[in-house]
Design a protein around this ligand. Structure first.
Ligand code: ADP
Ligand code: MG
Length: 250
């Protein structure tokens, strides 16, 4: 089983959009997938029309295997299950700080479903916290959406610095450009500069800013189900193709 996190300490950059569309692409390719929503705002669950789980409250997420596995719901799509978030997730850091091995708790919780899935995708909240450290330790790859602006460039630098400071392997970091507006000179320049700085680490595939993707909220479904041949659907398809071959997912 492989674990991929969609992570950035910046909000509104396309983490949930990536998690939702990747999960659908993987499941469609026959990869048995669990999409695990770690953000109390619950975007992934919303897009898949799965209700928040009321029973998986407090620190039970990390301590009660039965409650954890019972909270996993089937989606409307073959090969795809969802673990929806609930509002108690906003206190993850409080629970974790009280626990022993507070930085490897998520890895341990996910181990309980190791045999059931080929792939787990984590949709993460935007912060650098004990939960994020759990994510960094649990994940085989950490997908970081980078909107090609000056501020996002700094955000990505902060993440790589954090990895260095904590002695974590930054090889896990897989950045990609998100919400790209080709007509903006700044976007083009930032992309060129960052590709030069970070070399092959950036995925070639990038996600453009397009209404096809914005409409996910109205459709409450992944882009491929209503705009497979449009810009948004094609972008996530290319994204999945590159990622699955780089991470040997299929
Ligand atoms: N490529 C895109 N083009 C246009 N809108 C997008 C794109 N990606 C995400 N959005 C929209 O931007 C908002 C934030 O995206 P989201 O994936 O929820 O970000 P995050 O999870 O990083 O906070 C959402 O309303 C979403 O529909
Ligand atoms: Mg999100």
């Amino acid at each position: 089983m492989k674990i991929i996190a969609c992570y950035s300490n910046k909000g509104g950059v396309g983490k949930s959009a990536a998690a939702v569309n990747l999960a659908h692409a993987a499941a469609s390719a026959g990869v048995n997938t669990l999409l695990c929503d770690l953000d109390p705002q619950g975007a992934s669950g919303f897009y898949y029309r799965v209700k928040p789980s009321k029973k998986l409250q407090d620190d039970r997420f990390f301590t009660d295997v039965k409650k954890f596995t019972n909270a996993i719901k089937a989606s409307d799509y073959p090969n795809l299950d969802i673990l929806p978030a609930n509002m108690s997730y906003r206190d993850f850091d409080v629970f974790l700080s009280r626990m022993k091995n507070s930085r490897s708790r998520l890895k341990k919780a996910l181990k309980s479903v190791d045999a059931d899935y080929d792939l787990i995708i984590l949709d993460c909240p935007p912060n650098l916290s004990t939960l994020s450290e759990n994510v960094f330790r649990a994940a085989d790859a950490i997908l970081v959406p980078v909107v090609p602006t000056t501020l996002s460039e700094r955000t990505f630098e902060q993440i790589t610095e954090f990895f260095r400071d904590e002695g974590l392997s930054d090889k896990k970091l897989v950045p990609f450009f998100s919400m790209v507006q080709r007509q903006k000179t700044l976007h083009g320049e930032t992309m060129a500069r960052m590709r030069e700085t970070y070399g092959k680490r950036f995925l070639d595939a990038f996600i453009p800013f397009t209404t096809d993707i914005e409409r996910m909220g109205a459709h409450r479904a992944p882009v491929a189900t209503y705009a497979a041949r449009k810009t948004g659907g094609r972008a996530y398809d290319a994204f999945w193709q590159e990622l699955s071959s780089r991470l040997k997912l299929t």
